[in-house]
Ligand binder design. Structure first.
Ligand SMILES: Cc1cc2nc3c(=O)[nH]c(=O)nc-3n(C[C@H](O)[C@H](O)[C@H](O)COP(=O)(O)O)c2cc1C
Length: 222
């Protein structure tokens, strides 16, 4: 059975097109999951609404616990890492990560950064081997997991070759840490012009929804 891990990171609770002031990235991620289920209804979906319930920020205790070898951890350390354990377990279970995320100040919302800080953990999702030129060893590369990045931004031109491509800290901010873990296959698409409204936004939404459906078909076929 295929498992989707569906994550939403927008601070806005509803979906655009359905709720006034709703989120475009939530609309895209919902459309991806519902399109997937339409043809593969037996798929398991794990849902994490990070925008509504942000993971805890990493603390000094978290770092001390994470860098203590598992066999030497004290009970309080296991308790501190319990949330991180749960978030990592969801990724281990998943075949496809579907992440709906807005651009905030050229980067990602803070709750998604907290999620990343919780899942990038030495000894759990990556390791060091200092005998290698590249010392990072991904620990989630035992099978291919795909990542689908569904973003939304107020203006446009953040994609490759775009006039603001150099300002896109959102995409590499997510894909670089995921690559460290061994998640290298990323499919990305965006709704642009959210702050322009009108025809520009309408066309961007229609195009993104169509590309989501095409991507679902492509991923299910391969
Ligand atoms: C705090 C904040 C920061 C934003 N920063 C940017 C930005 O740097 N670039 C941009 O194009 N749009 C920016 N926007 C616009 C959002 O990316 C846009 O409204 C997007 O649709 C929000 O995602 P959502 O619809 O899923 O909530 C920002 C919006 C907010 C609320």
């Amino acid at each position: 059975m295929t498992t989707l891990l569906h994550i939403d990171a927008s601070a806005r609770p509803g979906r655009s097109g359905t709720h006034v002031h709703g989120s475009h990235s939530r609309r895209l991620s919902h459309h991806f999951v519902s399109s997937w289920l339409a043809t593969q209804p037996g798929t398991e979906v794990i849902y994490r609404d990070i925008g509504a319930a942000p993971p805890s920020n990493v603390t000094g205790e978290w770092i001390a616990s994470g860098y203590t070898p598992a066999a030497e951890r004290e009970p309080w350390m296991h308790a501190v890492l319990a949330e991180s354990d749960a978030l990592i377990a969801e990724i281990r279970r998943a075949d496809v990560l579907v992440i709906g995320v807005p651009m905030y100040n050229f980067s990602m919302p803070a709750p998604l950064k907290s999620w990343i800080d919780n899942i990038v953990r030495v000894g759990a999702t990556f390791d060091f081997d200092r005998s290698r030129e590249n010392p990072y060893v991904p620990l989630l590369a035992e099978r291919n997991r795909r990542t689908v990045l569904l973003t939304s931004c107020g203006s446009s031109g953040y994609g490759p070759g775009g006039f603001q491509a150099h300002l896109d800290l959102l995409t590499p901010g997510i894909t670089s840490p995921l690559a460290l873990l061994g998640l290298n296959e990323v499919h990305s698409l965006a709704i642009e012009h959210a702050e322009d409204h009108g025809d520009l936004l309408d066309r961007s939404i229609a195009s993104a929804l169509a590309r989501v459906e095409a991507l679902v078909g492509e991923l299910q076929a391969s």
